[in-house]
Design a protein. Structure first.
Length: 133
């Protein structure tokens, strides 16, 4: 919710502070992505996630309290490892995309395209940082 709000608000402010059409396009795309992230966060907050489904299944499973406890511990350990690996990969992907966009900006002759690549790089680096936390 926080990162989606920041991206959306930042993009909307940036759109109003530039005359460059390419930059406006990138900011428009970023604001759309921000709204999607914001909506996803709200849905996860109000409607839960796969943990809620797992809890309800476990609650009605007929397993003993000890069996439930062992199953939950095992599941949470595996899930934490999986999520950490996915977050690390997503962070790396955004940082690599940002680096490629900076490279493209550094060799680009057209000022509009240079701005476009620099803005994309900034968006990628911001998104990459969100996966650090």
């Amino acid at each position: 919710i926080v990162s989606g709000s920041i991206v959306t608000i930042g993009s909307l402010v940036a759109i109003n502070n530039t005359e460059d059409a390419a930059a406006k396009l990138v900011y428009g795309i970023a604001s759309s992505a921000g709204v999607v992230a914001l909506t996803y966060g709200i849905a996860a907050h109000y409607y839960g996630n796969s943990y809620n489904s797992f809890y309800e299944t476990l609650k009605h499973s007929g397993l003993s309290p000890l069996q439930k406890s062992l199953l939950v511990k095992s599941y949470l350990t595996n899930e934490a490892e999986r999520r950490e690996k996915i977050q690390r990969l997503q962070m790396i992907a955004h940082f690599l995309a940002g680096t490629l966009n900076l490279y493209s900006a550094s060799i680009e002759k057209d000022p509009n395209a240079k701005t476009f690549f620099n803005v994309l790089a900034g968006i990628n680096f911001i998104l990459g940082v969100t996966f650090v936390f």
